[in-house]
Design a protein around this ligand. Structure first.
Ligand SMILES: Nc1ncnc2c1ncn2[C@@H]1O[C@H](COP(=O)(O)OP(=O)(O)OP(=O)(O)O)[C@@H](O)[C@H]1O
Ligand SMILES: [Mg+2]
Length: 321
């Protein structure tokens, strides 16, 4: 599946593919799948690496992915376990999630095809949820270990209690090039990974910066990315940092905003863009997904061109940095 000719990068979303069972119907999701769809929309050769059951929802997932700019040849089938589902209930306006288990993606397998995919990948995004089972955890870590040195391994932690542990955090941080977390997750990661054993309470900007630097000291990461919802994001490397204050959006629902941020960040990171551009791209596409329904919204060619243009202009305006 190599695609050196077009210059398209191979970008893999590795982990859960699931149906959110909402009061209004079932909606396809899962952070790595949302990530892959956004990467595909931005022009990457995007791959969904997950596993579905031999059931109706599994067939429907394949049908839906076939209509999206992603490769689904690496979607495994499980003869025993069902396609992943999440029951979503609204409790006083706040969504409550029940992530059912065990499901097909709890049995991700490192097949010969997946090994080859790992060797070819330019970037791979993974999280903690799909590592809740020992089997899938082992597969994900082995997949990461099979990637080339220069492959960009993006750990978008997406903590969903109780489906994560300190061990899973350390395993991911030790292998990742980039870690992406929101402010609450940063606090949990610092304590949960043992990088900062005492309770981290205040999440003011200085504290966030200190926490990010601590992760850079402890792990072989190149970039720590902390998103702050409507307040934007902070990118931190060993050489510097960059703050973005976010963009106003007419929010429909914020499902997938973080995943879109990660996909855009990864896309521009692969181009070698400076921090200011990475931040602009992440926030523009994060805000755009927040303004749309669901985590895999359709994207018009003119929107892609307009937003890409806005990001491109910033690149010239902000220079290298
Ligand atoms: N209400 C909002 N208005 C504008 N932009 C938003 C809003 N919410 C999120 N975004 C954009 O999306 C990015 C990621 O959002 P957030 O920090 O909520 O990520 P997250 O917690 O990882 O989300 P997720 O629930 O998808 O995992 C933000 O940095 C911002 O650019
Ligand atoms: Mg997230």
């Amino acid at each position: 599946m190599g695609d050196g000719k077009t210059g398209q990068k191979i970008v893999v979303g590795l982990g859960e593919l699931l149906w959110d069972l909402l009061p209004e119907g079932a909606r396809l999701g899962g952070a790595p799948a949302n990530f892959a769809v956004m990467a595909g929309r931005l022009g990457d050769l995007a791959v969904v690496a997950s596993r579905v059951g031999a059931d109706g929802l599994g067939r429907q997932a394949r049908e839906e992915l076939a209509e999206l700019p992603v490769e689904s040849d690496f979607l495994q089938s499980d003869s025993e376990y069902a396609t992943g589902t999440v029951t979503v209930r609204l409790e006083g306006g706040e969504p409550e999630y029940t992530i059912h288990e065990p499901v097909a993606w709890d049995r991700l397998a490192l097949t010969a095809e997946w090994r080859e995919l790992a060797r070819q990948a330019d970037a791979v995004c993974f999280g903690t949820l799909a590592q809740r089972s020992e089997g899938s955890q082992a597969t994900i870590l082995a997949f990461l270990d099979e990637t080339r040195r220069e492959c960009v391994r993006v750990f978008d932690v997406n903590l969903r209690a109780p489906h994560w542990s300190g061990e899973v955090l350390r395993g991911g941080l030790g292998r990742a090039t980039i870690v992406k977390l929101n402010a609450g997750e940063l606090r949990q990661v610092l304590m949960g990974s043992g990088a900062c054993p005492h309770p981290v309470e205040k999440a003011d900007e200085e504290e966030i910066l200190r926490g990010a630097r601590r992760l850079l000291e402890r792990y072989p990461l190149e970039l720590v990315c902390v998103t702050l919802g409507a307040q934007g994001s902070l990118l931190v490397t060993r050489r510097g940092d960059h703050r973005h204050y976010g963009l106003a959006a007419k929010v429909k629902d914020t499902v997938g905003a973080g995943d879109a941020f990660t996909a855009a960040l990864t896309h521009y990171y692969l181009e070698g863009a400076p921090l200011a551009v990475l931040n602009e791209a992440g926030n523009r596409w994060g805000a755009w997904v927040a303004s749309q329904a669901g985590g895999m919204p359709p994207l018009k060619a003119e929107t892609l061109e307009r937003v890409s243009g806005e990001i491109g202009t910033r690149r010239v305006a902000s220079g290298a940095g």
